[in-house]
Design a protein around this ligand. Structure first.
Ligand SMILES: Cc1cc2nc3c(=O)[nH]c(=O)nc-3n(C[C@H](O)[C@H](O)[C@H](O)COP(=O)(O)O)c2cc1C
Length: 153
């Protein structure tokens, strides 16, 4: 299997998870970043910038990724939950995958362990592009669970 890890992270929990699990796999990794970075101040990021984007479903510009996605069988997509779903740069990233034939496996983490967040995320991902193949991965699991899961796919 040739897999690419794509992730978004603001306070590095997702980044640390990805880096730790990937010592077992050494997959290529790309980081999804909003072109204009979010504030480093939590209240500004959460209650002003991110809240508005999620509520209005604004898909912000992201930094260009120089990757040939179609050369990968699978994309392992990692993100934190922002306001009950994925951060909106993920929506922009998904739109850039138009026509991708492989599978996109979804891994999310959040502060509160509410399974509804993963359901929301899967539903919202499908709504962005119904032709892409999404598969639910793991929600709020530790690094070892991720390693076991990824070894089986
Ligand atoms: C803008 C923003 C919105 C968030 N919304 C939620 C939420 O709706 N539910 C929740 O449980 N955690 C929420 N969190 C917490 C993050 O999902 C959690 O801390 C995650 O592990 C952060 O990952 P990161 O360090 O990779 O950015 C939010 C955090 C931020 C910054």
């Amino acid at each position: 299997m040739k897999a690419l890890i794509a992730y978004f992270s603001w306070s590095n929990n997702t980044k640390n998870l990805v880096e730790e699990l990937n010592t077992n796999f050494n997959f290529d990794v790309v980081r999804i970043d909003r072109k204009e970075p979010y504030s480093r101040d939590y209240d500004t990021c959460a209650y002003v910038e991110a809240k508005k984007e999620v509520e209005m479903r604004i898909h912000p510009e992201i930094k260009k990724l120089k990757v040939d996605f179609n050369s990968y069988d699978k994309i392992l997509l990692f993100f934190p939950i922002w306001w009950y779903t994925f951060p909106m740069p993920i929506a922009t990233f998904i739109k850039s995958l138009k026509g991708y034939k492989g599978e996109i496996i979804v891994f999310a983490n959040s502060y509160t362990n509410d399974p509804q967040y993963m359901e929301n995320s899967m539903k919202d991902l499908h709504a962005i592009d119904k032709n892409l193949k999404f598969r639910e991965g793991l929600f709020n699991q530790n690094v070892n669970k991720h390693i076991e899961f990824i070894k089986r796919i």
